[in-house]
Design a protein around this ligand. Structure first.
Ligand SMILES: Nc1ncnc2c1ncn2[C@@H]1O[C@H](COP(=O)(O)OP(=O)(O)OP(=O)(O)O)[C@@H](O)[C@H]1O
Length: 220
């Protein structure tokens, strides 16, 4: 099933040349797609376009048939969870517990439901012992797990993870692998943006390489 479709998209930041040039791409939900390539090649920019966070200057991106130009960020967040390169950018509250409660609170869900979701995610990501911890004091790996857990409150069908292994040692990478595998088994679709070829190869069945804003390789 095609989940994200890019049709001839191009993009550039203000006062810069084109960063993405005429890319067309169909991303399936039932396989893990990796986007790799050298620094500055346009991976993150492409990821944000595919997630609907950026709108293309030319062409269209469809998320499960809906054009991202017509979707609000709130509507996109219900479908796609995006893990930014730096987890600090997406942790909003002061404690682990609050971080996992606030989305449901914002959405007007009952406290009972909010607590059930929180408990499930604390358990899934081995964060139970950190429940009352101040987010500022978490390790990088814990912050990343918390950011991922908070994204999952919306129960997105698809995840885009930008450099999820940066700053993780071997043990933490293995842990992250374990959580991603569990999510894959639950049917969550995924794009992993990463230079970490070893990690990518152990998860992805399709590897797309980007250089200077173009696809230079796409292998299964
Ligand atoms: N907000 C921005 N404003 C202006 N230029 C930007 C912005 N973000 C990225 N760029 C430029 O766009 C190009 C592509 O950047 P992008 O982050 O998409 O590449 P990348 O392949 O993800 O790189 P990395 O592996 O270093 O994260 C780079 O030349 C970068 O300097």
């Amino acid at each position: 099933m095609v989940y994200i479709e890019a049709k001839n998209i191009s993009f550039g930041y203000p006062k810069k040349n084109k960063i993405i040039e005429n890319i067309s791409l169909s991303i399936l939900k039932n396989e893990i797609t990796a986007i790799t390539g050298h620094n500055g090649g346009g991976k993150t920019t492409l990821g944000k376009l595919l997630a609907g966070i950026f709108k293309p200057l030319g062409g269209d991106v469809l998320i499960f048939g809906d054009n991202t130009r017509e979707l609000t960020l709130g509507q996109i967040g219900e479908k796609i969870g995006y893990l930014f390169q730096n987890p600090d950018r997406q942790i909003f509250t002061s404690t682990v517990k609050e971080e996992l409660l606030f989305v449901n609170k914002l959405k007007g869900k009952s406290m009972d439901k909010a607590h059930r979701d929180m408990e499930e995610l604390l358990d899934f990501f081995d964060l139970y012992s950190k429940k009352e911890e101040v987010t500022f004091n978490l390790s990088y790996g814990e912050k990343q797990r918390l950011a991922l857990a908070a994204i999952l409150i919306n129960r997105p069908e698809f995840l885009i993870l930008d450099e999820p292994t940066t700053g993780l040692d071997k043990l933490r990478k293995n842990k992250l692998s374990k959580y991603l595998t569990k999510l894959m088994e639950k049917g969550t679709g995924m794009i992993i943006i990463s230079h970490d070829l070893e990690f990518v190869k152990s998860h992805a069945s399709r590897i797309i390489e980007i250089a200077r804003g173009e696809i230079i390789d796409d292998i299964r």
